[in-house]
Design a protein around this ligand. Structure first.
Ligand code: 5AD
Ligand code: SF4
Length: 469
């Protein structure tokens, strides 16, 4: 199943645009993205800025004049992956001393100029709010100087930059609606790497989505670290646009343009948002609602600002207003001081929430975070891993049960393309974000079409179905 937050299959993926003839550009850049969907989306902004500076994209780093890694700091493992990848560019640089290597994104922001000392082959270090200065930084680096810009901004949203859609299926796209995060969850490095929260101009968002729809896209996912706290002040009209209002504005573009969003913080998702979801058929009935832990004591140490009971009531509210809604979560095993009883609370909240799927991690201490400063990372690795394993096994059971509840049901499915295993089968998703694979049969369908599919079989990850004539 595609992970809209951290797609493991896509980590380190390189992309290149063939919409523009690369020969028209004097120089070529190669970019790889790591981490969350926001980073993949940022790489499309970077590509647009580089196109403007005369760089065309290449999928082959051996051909590039500029190699960029758009990095993630969320867990130690994410940083190690990037460091390992950097060593692989060393030989290329020996062969081609003019090659520039740049580190973008969260690791750039976290480590700043220190990264230049630690990784000698790096020429450029550019934080998430400084991409407009890339052309000038590249010029500086071309003279042999190291170039760094890790300034965070209070207002940068790249609202006016049309992202270059790279490696797109032409049907589904991600649209960034806000940047940064003000939540200060104690485990999380994001407030430090992406800065203060700010919302993008609502009209530029609607404009981008309308443009995508005209180009044939059928689904947009509105992206932000905490979309429910979206709040944009329209100075001309002297009014404020909330996330619920934004959702309705995007849903109004066209009834056959699906709207998704990610990520929601349980404390911020309002009834107004749930009502907007109920009102519009094309707002998908799926909420990613990270719980992190099921123990009130641990939630408090995590600074999540809700209790176990409050979260459970939120899930009940979603089920009451949107009975068909899919719910998924992020879960952390082995946070500081977590007892066996706290862990059992996490397992039982999973049972209560009946998550369709979850992204599950063991706690990884990040330097500079509130937790790193305040609490000892005191759960031994074997215990973290054992608890994580128990969480994964339970989620497997819940995912299978969730899919089994869909047997015999018929869903409206948006066709995204051929299934991975067979060109005789289509792959698509239902509103709840579940992947459905079904035989094409004799029907003259194409990707981007909607089709009614009845579920005939399932695994824990995929529904299998049959087109309803
Ligand atoms: N250790 C483990 N998991 C983390 N996450 C964020 N920070 C950490 C950390 N230090 C997880 C959270 C978050 C998801 C994107 O990554 O579950 O929701
Ligand atoms: Fe995304 Fe967080 Fe990783 Fe930054 S640290 S790329 S915001 S997941």
């Amino acid at each position: 199943m595609q992970d809209k937050i951290h797609d493991e299959a896509r980590q380190g993926e390189a992309f290149a645009s063939f919409a523009n003839d690369p020969n028209a550009y004097k120089k070529k850049f190669y970019i790889e993205s790591y981490g969350c969907q926001m980073n993949f989306s940022d790489s499309e902004i970077v590509a647009s800025i580089l196109n403007g500076a005369g760089f065309g994209a290449t999928r082959n780093f051996e051909d590039a004049d500029l190699v960029l890694l758009n990095t993630c700091s969320i867990r130690e493992k994410a940083e190690q992956t990037v460091r390992k990848r950097l060593t692989e560019f060393r030989k290329t640089k020996e062969r081609n001393p003019g090659l520039l290597v740049g580190v973008l994104g969260c690791m750039a922001e976290r480590l700043k100029a220190k990264l230049l000392e630690e990784e000698k082959l790096v020429d450029l270090v550019v934080g998430p709010d400084a991409y407009r200065t890339l052309p000038a930084l590249i010029e500086e680096a071309e003279t042999g100087q190291k170039a760094v810009n890790v300034l965070l901004s209070r207002d940068e949203t790249y609202a006016d930059i049309a992202p270059v859609r790279l490696d797109s299926n032409g049907i589904t796209a991600f649209v960034s609606i806000m940047r940064g995060c003000n939540n200060m969850c104690s485990f999380c490095v994001v407030p430090f790497t992406r800065g203060r929260e700010r919302s993008r101009d609502a009209y530029s968002i609607v404009g981008e989505c309308t443009h995508l729809y005209r180009k044939g896209f059928k689904e947009v996912t509105l992206l932000g670290q905490n979309v429910d706290s979206y709040n944009w002040h329209d100075e001309k009209a002297d009014s404020t646009i909330s996330f619920a209002k934004l959702l309705s504005m995007v849903a109004e573009i066209a009834p056959d343009l699906r709207v998704r969003f990610s990520t929601s913080h349980p404390k911020d998702i309002t009834d107004e948002v749930l009502h907007a979801m109920a009102t519009y058929h094309n707002i998908c009935k799926y909420i990613h609602l990270p719980v992190q832990s099921g123990s009130t004591r641990i939630l408090q140490l995590m600074n999540r600002t809700y209790t176990r009971e409050w979260y459970m009531a939120k899930v009940n509210r979603i089920r009451a207003l949107l009975p068909e809604c899919g719910i998924s979560a992020d879960i952390i095993a082995g946070f500081c001081t977590e007892t066996e009883e706290d862990h059992q609370d996490t397992l039982s909240i999973m049972e209560h929430s009946k998550y369709d799927m979850s992204y599950m991690f063991f706690y990884s201490e990040r330097p500079g975070t509130l937790a790193a400063r305040r609490y000892a990372d005191d759960i031994p690795e074997e215990i973290k891993k054992r608890r994580l394993q128990e969480i994964v096994l339970l989620q497997n059971k819940l995912s299978l049960e969730s899919n089994q509840r869909d047997l015999g049901k018929t869903f409206e499915v948006l066709i995204e393309g051929d299934s991975k295993k067979s060109v005789g089968d289509w792959m698509g998703r239902n509103s709840q974000n579940k992947v459905i694979v079904f035989p094409k049969e004799q029907y003259p369908l194409k990707k981007g079409d909607y089709v009614q599919v009845q579920v005939t079989d399932c695994t824990k990850a995929t529904l299998l179905g049959k087109i309803m004539a």
